[in-house]
Ligand binder design. Structure first.
Ligand SMILES: CC(C)(COP(=O)(O)OP(=O)(O)OC[C@H]1O[C@@H](n2cnc3c(N)ncnc32)[C@H](O)[C@@H]1OP(=O)(O)O)[C@@H](O)C(=O)NCCC(=O)NCCS
Length: 119
């Protein structure tokens, strides 16, 4: 894991070859909206992108990277957040299996929904 004050990168490798990654940032939700619509003060890891190369999918690489992130940051953050295309049923199922749920504070009622997992 590569970790800075505002962002992180988790990589999964086999024999030094990159097979997957999670890119994300640390966000204080208080500072997200100037209109004060979302001011619950959660400090979260926001997953910007997650990717696993085709040949290594469906063997738990992405799940393990998320579990690794949780284990590492459990003491430091309130939860993990991401936005996902709700028309991608497999992806939604993937996140729900890992304990994510729709975030009512950020409900968009559009094709893209915000999902959250409390830690
Ligand atoms: C989504 C993704 C990261 C999952 O990685 P993975 O290592 O295969 O995931 P795991 O093996 O830990 O878990 C398997 C679950 O991932 C999901 N999944 C697998 N391939 C998927 C795909 N092509 N699209 C969406 N979800 C997929 C499914 O829910 C699957 O569970 P299922 O077998 O019950 O359907 C991977 O498919 C990927 O890189 N997709 C392309 C990029 C992408 O869509 N990223 C998310 C948007 S940021």
């Amino acid at each position: 894991m590569c970790n800075t004050k505002s962002s992180f990168l988790i990589s999964a490798t086999i024999n030094d070859v990159l097979i997957g990654y999670i890119l994300g940032e640390y966000i204080n939700l208080d500072k997200l909206n100037s209109d004060k619509r979302h001011t619950d003060g959660r400090y979260v890891c926001y997953i910007t992108y997650i990717h696993v190369v085709d040949d290594y999918r469906n063997i738990g690489v992405a799940s393990n990277m998320i579990k690794f992130l949780i284990k590492l940051q459990k003491q430091n953050i309130d939860g993990i957040m991401l936005t996902c295309d709700t028309s991608n049923n497999r992806l939604v199922r993937f996140y729900k299996k890992l304990g994510f749920m729709e975030d009512i504070m950020f409900r968009t009622y559009s094709r893209f929904e915000t999902y959250y997992k409390y830690l």
